[in-house]
Design a protein. Structure first.
Length: 197
């Protein structure tokens, strides 16, 4: 007779659902912080320092990628210990390069289109800067899926070896050895000190 696998209880499903919602909320908060850092860096470079859209996109995206990684790793996915080069850092760099390439292409195309139309000043700044932020929003769900897969497959960090702890059940100390009794009782002595017959 085939035994059915146990199904999760109602409390288990509710707990998993709450944890998933909390994870998305933490990811959203971290993404807002990272997007703010990226957008400020992009607007400063593109608007104040007259950098090209490509340069502003690369620097701006990196300005948000660093805090975004640490917030997502330590807060959203509760990862601890040293990050894995193969399973975390390399995949994350690939995700960043792919998204920054998309942002670079999009902002460059919008910049050229507005420049060709004779749009300049604050209007062009808002148009290109809005495009950069729109790319960030467009890859929001894709990044969540990729990061979730990345952190799920990454091995857990080994536990830190601390001081040797006391055993759970202490071994009792051996009882002190008793003095050995003589094999034969001493002979009784008489009044004169000699052996009694």
């Amino acid at each position: 007779m085939r035994r059915d696998s146990p199904r999760p209880t109602g409390d288990g499903r509710a707990g998993s659902r709450r944890e998933a919602v909390a994870k998305v909320a933490r990811y959203t908060t971290g993404s807002v912080v990272a997007a703010g850092c990226s957008e400020v860096a992009f607007l400063l470079l593109y608007g104040a320092f007259d950098a090209t859209p490509a340069v502003a996109s690369v620097v701006g995206w990196l300005a948000g990628a660093v805090p975004n990684y640490w917030l997502n790793r330590s807060w959203t996915w509760r990862r601890r210990g040293r990050p894995s080069l193969r399973y975390e850092l390399v995949p994350y760099v690939a995700i960043v390069l792919g998204t920054v390439a998309l942002a670079t292409v999009a902002t460059t195309l919008v910049h050229r289109a507005l420049e060709g139309a004779g749009v300049a000043g604050e209007v062009r700044l808002l148009g290109v800067g809005g495009t950069f932020l729109a790319v960030y929003a467009a890859v929001f769900l894709l990044r969540f899926y990729l990061l979730d897969q990345m952190f799920r497959r990454a091995p857990s960090a080994p536990a830190t070896v601390g001081a040797t702890s006391a055993p759970e059940h202490p071994v009792p100390e051996p009882a002190p050895a008793r003095a050995r009794e003589p094999d034969h009782e001493p002979a009784e002595t008489g009044a004169d000190g000699g052996p009694r017959e």
